[in-house]
Design a protein around this ligand. Structure first.
Ligand code: G4P
Length: 279
């Protein structure tokens, strides 16, 4: 007997999302893919290449304020070597945001020139894509300088499609294309930065992974924040965090939350979780 389950629902849903994104992309001349500068690999979705077809892709490495500057530079050099255009930005303070429009014109200059020669007076069109929580709405808001999208919007909420003017000759689709991250490959790094919700992976494992990560790459900041002198076991770390932050030594839940909050909000310094060696 054939048992019908709804196991195919998710792939079907993904197919629909992909089709919709392809339709939107067919309307634009350039695709912006927003990455989280702390996880430039884990927040990169290869589907964009397929969807963009031969349109240029500008990678916007957002939340640059939270990432390690040296690593961001390495990632930008790497992506440039792979044929992408790149810009590191911080949509909150506005760092490099004023470079997006001029860079877009630069990237599209041949197309603009061709249109001119043929007497075509069409504005260039762009759209923003990226995984949830990477800052797409914040970027759109900052670019159009008014609140047209609700920050924190959930994917799947349908809105009427509309274009917003970024400049006299450049329009932006006001609804971003939402891409899904690959949990199988990048789950821990996505979880550590808070790109995915804390209930998707076991929090103890995320925290343990985070301790190892900090101890490997940012030992000084890690030791300094929690007054750690040496680590013989993971319990030493829990103990030191509890002591430094005035909570009960066996309140693991609280300590987990303190550590993750610190790591995600620059209290342990700027961190880049994806390392280029992991490409
Ligand atoms: P989305 O549309 O891609 O889903 O992302 P959205 O703009 O809603 O932004 C997600 C969170 O990231 C928001 O914080 C936003 O303020 C923050 N954010 C966006 N751009 C930047 C940036 O360049 N730097 C920093 N530091 N933060 C940025 P939130 O709603 O408070 O969420 P969370 O901070 O608790 O994750």
């Amino acid at each position: 007997m054939e048992v019908k389950t709804n196991i195919n629902w998710f792939p079907g849903h993904m197919q629909k999302a992909k089709r919709e994104m392809k339709e939107k992309t067919s309307l634009v001349n350039i695709v912006y893919m927003v990455l989280d500068s702390r996880i430039p690999k884990s927040s990169f979705n290869h589907l964009v290449k397929e969807i963009a077809s031969n349109r240029p892709i500008l990678l916007l490495l957002n939340k640059a304020d939270l990432a390690d500057k040296i690593e961001t530079k390495k990632w930008m050099d790497y992506y440039k070597s792979q044929g992408y255009y790149c810009l590191d930005i911080d949509a909150i303070t506005g760092y490099n945001m004023n470079k997006i429009v001029p860079l877009t014109y630069e990237i599209l200059k041949d197309k603009i020139e061709r249109n001119k020669e043929r007497g075509i007076k069409l504005s260039m069109k762009a759209m923003i894509t990226g995984i949830p929580n990477v800052g797409k709405s914040t970027i759109i808001n900052a670019l159009v300088k008014k609140k047209i999208t609700q920050v924190g919007d959930k994917p799947g909420v349908t809105k009427t499609q509309q274009w917003v003017k970024l400049d006299s000759n450049l329009d932006l689709l006001d609804t971003p294309g939402v891409l899904w991250p690959k949990l199988e490959e990048n789950g821990m790094n996505l979880a550590l930065t808070g790109a995915i919700k804390d209930d998707i992976m076991p929090i103890d494992e995320i925290v343990k992974y985070g301790f190892d990560f900090m101890n490997t790459y940012y030992k000084e900041a890690f030791y300094e924040r929690y007054k750690i002198d040496k680590i013989d076991s993971i319990y030493d770390i829990y103990e030191k965090i509890a002591k430094a932050r005035g909570c009960k030594i066996d309140d693991y839940e609280k300590i987990n939350n303190i550590f993750l909050h610190d790591l995600r909000h620059e209290k342990l310094g700027r961190v880049t979780v994806d390392r280029l060696t992991s490409v």
